[in-house]
Ligand binder design. Structure first.
Ligand code: SME
Length: 156
């Protein structure tokens, strides 16, 4: 499936999924099935009762010990602080990296915004070094925009 078709099916799911959790489950399923170099695909959302902590949401891939991540830790925390996408070509060379699998070689973390506030992020790991190109970044930022829009639409 081409990227435009993947985005279309995610857009479709945004309008039909019965809940945000169901939508996020669809997103991780579609994205991980269609993009073979995405070996772990998941959401971390800021805890509504504790804005200093990210909480693991729907994911596809190996179970991770990092179910709650303080926002000052990990690549995940760094993306919240930076309010922008972080791409790590070699996780072993990045002291911020929190390991989920010894097979992981590269990672991309894309923040999700709702009314200009970071509310969570999409986290992808790959077993391939430097797996994430500008095209992956543009694609995942579009997915993150759709998730942010869905959250906004259901808060109106
Ligand atoms: N690698 C992330 C932690 C999440 S797991 O990879 C799923 C980090 O450094 O924040």
């Amino acid at each position: 499936m081409r990227v435009t078709a993947i985005l279309d099916s995610i857009r479709q799911s945004a309008s039909t999924a019965p809940s945000l959790n169901a939508f996020e489950e669809e997103v991780v399923k579609i994205v991980s099935q269609q993009l073979q170099h995405y070996d772990w695909v998941g959401f971390y959302m800021l805890d509504p009762n504790d804005a200093g902590t990210l909480v693991l949401g729907p994911f596809v891939g190996e179970p991770t010990p990092h179910v709650r991540i303080p926002v000052h830790q990990g690549i995940c925390g760094a993306a919240v602080a930076a309010r922008s996408t972080i791409v790590v070509d070699d996780v072993k060379a990045d002291p911020r990296y929190l390991s989920c699998s010894i097979k992981t070689r590269s990672e991309i973390v894309v923040p999700i915004f709702c009314r200009e506030q970071v509310v969570g992020e999409l986290d992808i790991d790959s077993h391939t070094p430097a797996a994430f190109t500008d095209a992956d970044r543009a694609f995942l930022e579009e997915v993150a925009r759709m998730v942010g829009s869905r959250i906004e639409d259901h808060q109106k």
